[in-house]
Design a protein around this ligand. Sequence first.
Ligand code: RB5
Length: 144
Amino acid sequence: MILTMASDHGGFAMKTFLKEKLERSGYTVFDFGTNSDESVDYPDMIHPLASAINKGEFKRGIILCGSGNGAQMTANKYPNVRAGLCWDVLQAELIRRHNDANVLSLPGRFISMEEAWKITEIFLNTSFDGGRHLTRVNKINRLI
Ligand code: RB5
């Protein structure tokens, strides 16, 4: 599976850690940056990733910033992106089972590397439940 990742400086160390683990596990990772811990603006990396997911160029993405919030807010501007912010494995299970999330947002400054890896594994290996949750997901983009 080809995955895509993006972060700002607040998520750079965690992105690097997860990318290595994913590649060792057999994933191919397309990395939209950033490539150092020098301060950058998270939308500059997150918009290109979210745009690519939105166009169907990648099925799954992992985004990171210090809190995970700015990255998630940016990604969710795109109609075909459902990005969920996760700080534990139950959140990761639920964004897949209930929300069919295609993007995982992680808070690089708030959780351990080990917790981030567990969350990532759950995100990648949990299926959408469908049923009543599909009805709800289909309503997400219905503006009133
Ligand atoms: C950068 O200092 C920080 O604001 C950013 O990583 C993120 O937490 C924003 O939501």
